[in-house]
Design a protein around this ligand. Sequence first.
Ligand code: THU
Length: 137
Amino acid sequence: MSAVPAATLEHLLAEAVTASQRAYCPHSDFPVGAALLTAEGAVVHGCNVENISYGLTNCAERSALFAAVSQGLLPRSFTAMAIHAPGVPLISPCGACRQVLLELMAPDATIVCSGSEPGRTRTWTLAELLPGAFEDF
Ligand code: THU
């Protein structure tokens, strides 16, 4: 059971839908949006930003986290992130983003995901997303 109320997660998922509409993804045509909830209740958006040199692409999750830290928000003060991708029934964050989420989210943060299937969501803890992680912080 998540410490973040279900209504808050639902609102955050709607914010992730908005963020996904700003994705720059001409190479994959696979938009992703992320909405990060801060301890103060603010929401920071992120979307995937691709590049013709494909490896330079930034995922939506990392875009949101890097934007938040760049705005002066405190690392590890983020209590939840919603992720939405309309191109799959249900999105699941990539391995690289899981490592970054683990370091920058609050230790007890909730990650909630949705996709093209109406009403279908999945919620994870960080430990569930990256068991046995490399961490030294
Ligand atoms: N992508 C994300 O933004 N987040 C994920 O969790 C998975 C993948 C992006 C990267 C790339 O722009 C596109 O989706 C296809 O992989």
